[in-house]
Ligand binder design. Structure first.
Ligand SMILES: C[S@@+](CC[C@H](N)C(=O)[O-])C[C@H]1O[C@@H](n2cnc3c(N)ncnc32)[C@H](O)[C@@H]1O
Length: 234
């Protein structure tokens, strides 16, 4: 019994690794979250498919329930794939699942995916670092667990580029916080449903971006690299 923890990439079904396709082809079970493109599941024609993501109007599975499904399926089958959007270890709770499986003596094979945090800006021609403009970047959640006793996200990051995931619901609060440490005129780019046919790109500044029409899933890139994107030929 082995569980392959696999990153599916940011949306475009061709942005998955060959290694991921190989394990999907021999999978007996695929346990997956909401994927930007379910076409990826076609690589697993023989597998039982178990969806554990959110469904409108329905209770969605807790992490404990997902861990239990993973453990039960791994004990009953030789080849199980746990498929997650982007990279499993970037805001994907992949680490928690690995620890839960290993505690039960189940081996886990980890296959990275292209994270939306970098892959989505790259596909539109927005580099997160650029010589003379940005020598560092930070990836941060824009939606911290509200049950946490103390906030870990402080918005005082010193990196030149800040990429915010899961930040659309609280975009006004987050940009307000960032303006305590950055110029309100700092350029911002939002990419909605990146790498998919519904992709939308919205640009603005820290001060005005929250007033624009933006829908999740989307990410924000904050910093002067947005000006480099504006110069690139489309
Ligand atoms: C729970 S996190 C998972 C991130 C994933 N593990 C990764 O590496 O890309 C989900 C967030 O990723 C971002 N995201 C994922 N796919 C995206 C896409 N195709 N376009 C824009 N943002 C995306 C959004 O900010 C979304 O709220």
């Amino acid at each position: 019994m082995v569980v392959h923890l696999v990153g599916a990439g940011p949306g475009d079904p061709e942005l998955i690794t060959l290694k991921a396709v190989k394990v999907l082809e021999k999978a007996e079970v695929v346990i997956y979250d909401r994927l930007a493109n379910e076409e990826i599941l076609k690589h697993a024609p023989h597998a039982k498919l178990i969806y554990v993501g959110k469904k409108a109007g329905e209770h969605y599975k807790t992490q404990e329930e997902i861990n239990k499904i993973l453990i039960d399926e791994a004990k009953a089958h030789d080849e199980v794939v746990r498929l997650k959007g982007g990279d499993p270890f970037v805001f994907g709770r992949g680490g928690e699942e690995v620890l839960a499986l290993q505690e039960e003596g189940i081996s886990v094979d980890m296959i990275p995916g292209i994270t939306s945090a970098i892959g989505v800006p790259t596909t539109i021609g927005l580099p997160v670092t650029h010589r003379g403009v940005a020598t560092s970047f930070t990836v941060v959640t824009g939606h911290e667990d509200p049950t946490k006793k103390e906030k870990q996200v402080k918005w005082d990051y010193t990196a030149d580029t800040v990429v915010v995931l899961m930040g659309i619901g609280q975009i006004a609060e987050n940009t307000q916080e960032m303006m305590k440490y950055r110029d309100p005129e700092t350029p911002v780019c939002v990419i909605e449903k990146g790498t998919t046919p519904e992709e939308r790109i919205i640009t603005g500044t820290l001060e005005n971006i929250s007033k624009k029409d933006i829908n999740p899933p989307a990410l924000l890139i904050v910093g002067n690299v947005v000006d480099v994107y504006k110069k690139m030929k489309k």
